[in-house]
Design a protein around this ligand. Structure first.
Ligand SMILES: [Zn+2]
Length: 100
């Protein structure tokens, strides 16, 4: 039995010129978009775009978390420092009031 020739997933009457690297489906010259010597189908390009958006979203989320951490950490550490400073002052006052 002869192997069935692979035809384009969108055009069954056309022979596929390549396989999309994303979807692994055969595609014809019209359906293929060649980027850096690699074939992408329209569906593959869409998936690629979604992946890029997702990874960009993750970076934004991390950056936002970092900014949020800074916003929380800076006043917190400032308040902590102030408390130490105040405690230090009280300690010094107590020392002054102490009778040796
Ligand atoms: Zn096609």
């Amino acid at each position: 039995m002869a192997l069935t020739r692979r035809n384009c997933m969108n055009h069954p009457e056309r022979a596929a010129i390549g396989i999309c690297v994303i979807t692994q489906k055969p595609i014809c010259g019209e359906c293929a978009t060649r980027i850096d010597g690699v074939n992408y189908s329209k569906e593959g390009l869409r998936i690629l775009q979604e992946r890029r958006n997702t990874s960009r979203g993750k970076v934004d989320w991390k950056a936002r978390l970092f900014v949020m951490a800074l916003v929380i950490a800076v006043p917190f550490s400032a308040a902590l420092l102030f408390q130490f400073y105040e405690a230090g002052l009280h300690f010094m006052v107590d020392m002054d009031q102490m009778e040796w």
